[in-house]
Design a protein around this ligand. Structure first.
Ligand code: AMP
Ligand code: MN
Ligand code: MN
Ligand code: MN
Length: 290
């Protein structure tokens, strides 16, 4: 495969609005993406498609092409893995129900997290986090992190995730998300393509990572994020090699959440390496043209 002009398209296929744990509305994310030169955009809120119609309308009003998107939380090898879905029908009943079930345990988990934080002297964290929530169905660790910065427990959200809310630290509550096969099936059943999000973030052993990609492909997954705000430059190369090894399409996305918190802004990542095939070739027929 040689590099084609498609590699140079400014596609940003991973980011969040306040429909999940981002801070901007879908319309404001669209504006920012467009302002930064994004030509093909997907809003990928966690476990939620409630912002999809707004995102598409905002993209088209700006003359930007759009792919529907979501980022599904999955439990694999006792770790949380994220699967991005692109180009699906956002009104597909099985997908909508599957995402609702995946979101379902979040409030209980958040109350348990708050109880655990109380034990280390951080009171009222549930109520505090809730004040940052744009969608009551989607209270996440990010909202807790913002509250803990507000009350001065930590200087920024990254410090919160270093000292709290992660395995072995105060405020961590283990949770069972969707199964890998379910998440891929919801996406592909709704006409979309499934992509392994930011694989370098999971701390998987080589065997676990091999199993993840093998099982993912077995379920019908077709893509992997190569250039993402969560990867280093060395990891772009590593996962470009993984894409070729497993015959997967490659994706590109900032994982933008907030102008101040996110170190990678929308549409500002390097292009995909010429050695891989962009996921937007696999899903070209599902692009909603402006
Ligand atoms: P949840 O889905 O409630 O488990 O929250 C996961 C979210 O927390 C991710 O989507 C990120 O937005 C955020 N997050 C996780 N780890 C970190 C980290 N180390 N630094 C900053 N944000 C993080
Ligand atoms: Mn997030
Ligand atoms: Mn993620
Ligand atoms: Mn994300």
């Amino acid at each position: 495969m040689s590099a084609s002009p498609l590699h140079l398209m400014n596609a940003d296929l991973h980011c969040h609005s306040n429909v999940s744990d981002g801070t901007l509305t879908p319309e404001a994310v669209a504006q920012r993406a467009h302002g930064n030169g994004v030509e093909l955009w997907a809003l990928t809120d966690h476990d939620e498609v409630g912002g999809q119609h707004r995102a598409r309308a905002a993209a088209h009003a700006l003359g930007m092409d759009y792919l529907t998107g979501t980022e599904i939380s999955v439990t694999f090898a006792d770790k949380t893995v994220h699967i991005v879905g692109l180009g699906f029908d956002p009104d597909d009943a099985a997908l909508v129900q599957g995402l609702a079930a995946t979101r379902g345990g979040r409030e209980r988990r958040a109350r348990d997290m708050a109880e655990d934080l109380e034990r280390v002297g951080i009171p009222n964290a549930f109520e505090g986090a809730l004040r940052y929530v744009g969608n009551p169905d989607l209270i996440s660790r990010t909202h807790f992190a913002r509250y803990m910065v507000e009350i001065g427990v930590c200087a920024d959200p990254h410090e919160v995730f270093r000292r709290y809310l992660t395995e072995g630290k105060p405020g961590f509550v283990p949770h069972r998300w969707a199964r890998l096969g379910e998440a891929v099936k919801w996406i592909t059943g709704a006409g979309g393509v499934a992509v392994v999000a930011h694989p370098a973030r999971y701390d998987l052993t080589p065997n676990e990572e091999y199993a993840l990609f093998t099982e993912f492909k077995g379920h019908g997954g077709v893509g992997v994020e190569v250039v993402t705000g969560s990867h280093t430059v060395a990891e772009y190369q590593r996962y470009a090699d993984v894409a070729r090894e497993f015959d997967l399409f490659a994706s590109r996305g900032s994982d933008f959440h907030d102008p101040a918190e996110s170190h990678t802004d929308l549409g500002t990542l390097p292009d995909l390496p010429g050695s891989v095939t962009p996921i937007w070739e696999a899903v070209a027929h599902r692009i909603l043209r402006a």
